[in-house]
Design a protein around this ligand. Structure first.
Ligand code: CP
Ligand code: NVA
Length: 301
């Protein structure tokens, strides 16, 4: 039976920890210069409806280092862009490839692709979730704090795809999450219902200072996600006061670290001084995308 990872909740708690531990192992092998190619040559098709730096490059490099190959697929260069149906594309790609990764505007596109594909489908970011990012983030927190159990994580900003996956992963990783977003940009009812069913320990605030209070980790992401560009000015006004800067970091624990999935907008959701400062785990997060996705691919294959 093929497995898809469209949501972080498509992994069990045990699987999530296995992937993270395997990723830490793969990182050590890579740092030691030890070859870790798989015996079989696998192929990954990567469909990108939206731009990407980290996801595209880390998957491509990851497949190469695992002894396989990744194909960058722009829907506009495929018949998909001329109206070929997602289900037909899924069936055809399944005859060529070992796995598919899709970055789609609508989460439903990834769901439909997975429904009709006979091979594993990975969500490389949709409007609902960004599970690959959160796997790398849990790995990064584990490297820093030895365990993610009992951490207090504060997410400051737009309750977007990254926030949703961070929220839904919480009971598996064992952290509690405090979200601070302005009215109108808080987690959607549907996500909070799922979080309740999953036993997530969370709090939702409109005050960044309250959410940040005593936190071990302060996490933020752009105020204007891909697809929301039409609301740029409205969003910048709504998020005034939500910048993760030195003053906000002072509300957190003394040892607190800052995280951001990138790309960042210095001076908007995060100050340059915090991004470049000693509490930043941001570059580790970006690197860990590579290791976490290789581990995920190994699990799915
Ligand atoms: N964090 C992340 O997914 O980055 P890209 O959009 O560059 O892939
Ligand atoms: N929330 C952002 C993340 C980019 C990696 C977006 O969806 O654009």
């Amino acid at each position: 039976m093929k497995r898809d990872v469209l949501s972080i909740r498509d992994l069990s708690r045990t699987e999530l920890h296995k992937v993270v531990d395997q990723a830490i192992h793969l990182k050590a092998l890579r740092n030691a210069g030890t070859d870790h190619a798989l015996p079989r040559k696998n192929t990954l098709g990567m469909i990108f409806e939206k731009a990407s730096t980290r996801t595209r490059i880390s998957f491509e490099v990851g497949m190469f280092e695992l002894g396989g190959h990744a194909l960058f697929l722009n829907p506009n260069d495929m018949q998909l862009g001329r109206g070929e149906e997602v289900r037909d594309t899924a069936r055809v790609l399944s005859r060529y490839l070992s796995l598919i990764m899709i970055r789609s505007y609508r989460h439903e596109t990834a769901v439909e692709l997975a429904k009709y594909a006979d091979i594993p489908v990975i969500n490389g970011l949709s409007d609902r979730e960004h599970p690959c990012q959160i796997l790398a983030d849990i790995m990064t927190m584990k490297e820093e704090f030895k365990t993610t159990e009992g951490l207090r994580v504060a997410y400051i900003g737009d309750s977007n795809n990254v926030c949703n996956s961070l929220l839904l992963a919480a009971p598996m990783a064992g952290y509690e999450l405090a979200v601070a977003s302005p009215d109108g940009f808080q987690p959607k009812e549907e996500i909070l219902h799922e979080a309740d069913r999953a036993g997530v320990r969370y709090e939702v605030y409109t005050s960044p200072e309250e959410a940040a209070s005593g936190a071990d980790v302060i996490y933020t992401d752009t105020w204007v996600s891909m697809g929301s560009e039409g609301e740029h000015d409205k969003r910048l006004r709504a998020f005034a006061g939500f910048t993760v800067d030195k003053a906000l970091m002072q509300k957190a624990a003394d040892h607190a670290k800052v995280m951001h999935c990138l790309p960042a907008h210095r001076g908007e959701e995060i100050s340059g001084a915090v991004m470049d400062g000693p509490s930043s785990l941001i570059w580790n997060q970006a690197e860990n995308r590579l290791h976490a996705q290789k581990a995920l691919i190994m699990m799915l294959l």
